[in-house]
Design a protein around this ligand. Structure first.
Ligand SMILES: [Ca+2]
Ligand SMILES: [Ca+2]
Length: 100
């Protein structure tokens, strides 16, 4: 999460927890990798006198690292070559070498 450089001391909140700020790049990194599911990222700024701002509006994100299940086998193919054709052929043998 990049909040820009030259800000006062930032604190990132990931679902209520905090994170590490990098004052050079202006990035905030969660202390632990985000788990699957929905997360709300907010941050505050603290000035030199120690006054902390209210939390920002959340940036809502969803972590999804799970691939979908394998799709079903193809049901048919388009045989559009030769004397025998069918747009939904299920024949085990064909003279058509193109799926289109
Ligand atoms: Ca054919
Ligand atoms: Ca074809």
């Amino acid at each position: 999460m990049n909040i820009g450089v030259g800000r006062r001391t930032p604190t990132l909140y990931v679902d209520g927890g905090s994170a590490r700020p990098d004052p050079v790049t202006g990035t905030l990194t969660p202390n632990a990798p985000l788990a699957e599911g929905a997360h709300a990222l907010t941050y505050t700024l603290t000035d030199a006198a120690g006054n902390k701002s209210p939390q920002s509006s959340p940036l809502n994100i969803s972590i999804d690292t799970t691939a979908p299940a394998a799709p079903a086998a193809p049901a048919n193919y388009n045989d559009n070559v030769g004397a025998v054709t069918s747009p939904t052929s299920t024949a085990g043998t064909t003279d058509d070498t193109s799926l289109a």
